[in-house]
Design a protein around this ligand. Structure first.
Ligand code: ASP
Length: 341
């Protein structure tokens, strides 16, 4: 009898202490930044975007609540957006100058410091899952093109025909951009005209997620088709660890979206982490410094989402809008698209 009482006390104490020390999980996502204004979007389109963002948040958060790790939540949330044709990742990715899809993705675990990335892949249905395989089942950090596809196939990642990714919307977008390039030559100097012409094409649409799990670990993941009309095997910031994707429990987890070349040159994700580590800035201060000052000064448009191991989050962007959202309570996903929300 005494033994049973003792075990009961121990059991209760362990539940109590587990509650005391376990973190409240959180998930933050983005679906790309760019020229996203209310007047360019119908109510119907807005609803569609919000509903996929909500689904991604709910699917990921459910896993966190069950006690799954941040990595599972990040992967699950990103897969929802990769599978939706609305975003520039997986199905519905933007097209290269030759009219095909070439995708980049990366994931980094803030507890282990391990990272995996793939670039320029054409047949991997969910690129983020292949990035995870590179991290977990190879000795490398980044694989590209055909080699990355062969590796992913061998590891059981689903491969599809390249046509799976193509959508009419992206085909038309490529045509418009190509036409506007011609126009740009004819109307040299007339920026206003050009801006107006392909406003709809200046949404970046990359997807990403950062999460904090109950064990207190943070993870970042990002997936993209890159930029419309990209040429010669161009690779953006997304799969470059420290530029578009970075995570370290000691500082923060960051996923970026925007004009990749600027994010690469300014090592954006790591710069935010470094400002926290070495300059003692808070997550919000560090993120604002890099996105709202440094990138703005250099002319780099875009934004980031970030989380730290204490559960602080930041979602700054210097573009017109950014598809984004977070969840910290079951059934209470919050989504935002425009600037003043
Ligand atoms: N950052 C991505 C790239 O440059 C584009 C985006 O965010 O949509 O590839």
């Amino acid at each position: 009898m005494k033994n049973i009482a003792f075990v009961t006390v121990l059991f209760t104490a362990s539940i109590f202490s587990f509650d005391l020390f376990s973190q409240s999980p959180k998930l933050v996502i983005h679906g790309g930044a760019g020229t996203i204004k209310k007047e360019y979007m119908t109510d119907e389109q807005e609803k569609e975007y919000r509903s996929v963002l909500e689904e991604a948040l709910n699917v990921g958060y459910e896993l966190l609540e069950l006690g799954e790790d941040a990595e599972s939540a990040v992967i699950a949330a990103i897969m929802v957006m990769e599978n939706s044709p609305l975003f520039n990742a997986g199905k519905g990715s933007v097209l290269t100058a030759t009219g095909i899809v070439e995708m980049d993705a990366a994931i980094m675990n803030g507890k282990t410091g391990q990272a995996g990335a793939i670039a320029g892949v054409r047949r991997i249905k969910n690129p983020i899952t292949a990035a995870q395989k590179v991290k977990d089942e190879s000795q490398h950090v980044m694989m590209i093109g055909n080699g990355a596809e062969i590796f992913a196939g061998e590891k059981g990642v689903e491969l599809v025909d390249p046509d799976y990714f193509l959508t009419d919307k992206r085909k038309q977008q490529l045509e418009r951009i190509k036409d506007s390039e011609k126009l740009e030559l004819d109307h040299s100097g007339d920026r206003g005209f050009i801006e107006e012409f392909h406003m709809d094409d200046k949404k970046h649409g990359t997807v990403g997620a950062v999460a904090l799990d109950k064990a207190g670990n943070i993870v970042a993941g990002t997936s993209t088709g890159g930029m419309t009309n990209k040429k010669y095997g161009r690779v953006g910031d997304v799969p470059i660890i420290g530029s578009g994707t970075f995570a370290d429990n000691a500082s923060c987890a960051v996923s970026a979206t925007g004009h990749g070349e600027y994010f690469i040159r300014n090592v954006v994700a790591y710069d935010i982490a470094a400002l926290m580590l070495y300059a003692g800035k808070s997550l919000q201060e560090a993120a604002d410094e890099v996105v709202m000052k440094k990138l703005v000064d250099k002319g780099g448009s875009g934004g980031i989402i970030a989380i730290d191991a204490q559960g602080n989050i930041a979602m700054p962007f210097n573009s017109e809008g950014m598809y984004r959202g977070f969840i910290e309570k079951k059934g209470a996903a919050k989504t935002f698209i425009f600037k003043d929300e």
